[in-house]
Design a protein around this ligand. Structure first.
Ligand SMILES: [Mg+2]
Length: 348
């Protein structure tokens, strides 16, 4: 089943004038690129790469896919999706496979798996072999720019919707402000709800150890990305010094990056991102490698793709999502999201 056409559509969006913020950056949302692969049999598969920031990103990525990646996919056999992934990595090496190129590789890899699943009439999870039928989910809802009142209200709303854990941003200028935020959110969600904290790479290693001990005393479930994502030595020091699990991975690229962290015992919970890891092919490789190291997998972002991947991982721990909106296909049952059953990455 050969690829006969690749449709690439940039979908730019006017950045929000009132963006959400974490300790590192504002995330106004700047749109996406939609990719559809078509085959000679008439089966197609689709993907969408989203941008939290970077004005002009949809047009830049669309051009990169059009001129650099699409020629490598046209005429290729969809059944050899892992081989196509290897080719895309090799051919982008000259200008760097990470960064924007990896967003493109990920989108094509996603569309190709979607196409293969659809051609066989099964979900990708079933194609790969499932372990789970549902995945526990938590809501990432406590942005740093919210007032305490806003953070309390939205975290309580997540609990009302059925989430059994919520995550909030920390990384305020002082430890005192961070612990105050945790305490006010705790008042809103009660003792029975899990609470994770995320500083988005904003601290020094020493400060991260100090704050990590405080969050540990406050009963937080994990301490996410406290220091810059590429600081392997720093993460090894954190994991050694702290009992609270250290989570990272949304800004790592490829399985090789994760292998370095796992070999050094520098991470307790891995959090791969679909776009930066390199698509479902890479997520599966990373997830199963972490399973061999007995490290849990918590997704960065939640969608049918992460759901299908996690359904196949014995170490799947938590799906990340936001509040549930009316009409969302994502449903909660006992704090878990049932794994989608539609062909490819479809929901039904
Ligand atoms: Mg994070």
């Amino acid at each position: 089943m050969r690829v006969t056409a690749v449709e690439i559509t940039p979908v730019p969006r006017e950045p929000s004038p009132d963006p959400i913020r974490d300790a590192l950056q504002a995330l106004p949302g700047t749109g996406s690129v939609r990719v559809v692969v078509h085959t000679e049999e008439g089966v197609s598969g689709s993907a969408e790469a989203w941008f939290g920031r970077i004005r002009g990103a949809p047009e830049a990525l669309a051009a990169l896919i059009e001129h650099e990646l699409k020629p490598l996919v046209l005429g290729a056999d969809v059944g050899q999706v892992r081989g196509i992934h290897e080719t895309l990595l090799r051919e982008t090496e000259y200008h760097g496979s990470s960064g924007l190129a990896m967003f493109g590789i990920s989108a094509l890899d996603t569309a190709l798996w979607d196409c293969l699943g659809r051609s066989l009439g099964v979900s990708c999870g079933k194609l790969w072999g499932r372990v789970h039928d549902r995945i526990p989910a938590y809501a990432m809802v406590g942005w740093l720019n919210y007032t305490d009142d806003e953070a309390q209200r939205i975290c309580a709303q997540a609990v009302d919707q059925g989430f059994r854990a919520v995550k909030i941003k920390v990384g305020f200028p002082t430890l005192k402000e961070d612990t105050r935020r945790v305490e006010v959110v705790r008042q809103a969600i009660g003792e029975g709800t899990g609470l994770m904290v995320d500083a988005n790479q904003s601290l020094t290693t020493k400060e991260a150890i100090l704050r990590g001990r405080a969050f540990q005393d406050l009963g937080c479930l994990w301490w996410e990305e406290p220091i810059p994502a590429d600081d392997l030595d720093g993460y090894a020091a954190l994991a050694e010094a702290l009992d609270i699990p250290v989570a990272t991975g949304e800004n790592l690229y490829t399985a090789a990056d994760f292998a370095r962290f796992l070999r050094r015992d520098a991470v307790d919970i891995i959090q791969p991102d679909l776009r930066r890891a390199g698509g479902p092919t890479a997520l599966l490789q990373i997830g199963l490698m972490a399973a061999a190291f007995r490290r849990p997998y918590a997704s960065h972002g939640g969608d049918p793709i992460q759901m299908n991947v996690m359904s196949c991982l014995p170490n799947a721990m938590y799906l990340e999502t936001g509040l549930l909106h009316p009409g969302s296909p994502l449903k909660l049952v006992d704090g878990c999201v049932p794994v989608p059953d539609g062909p490819g990455f479809g929901w039904e």
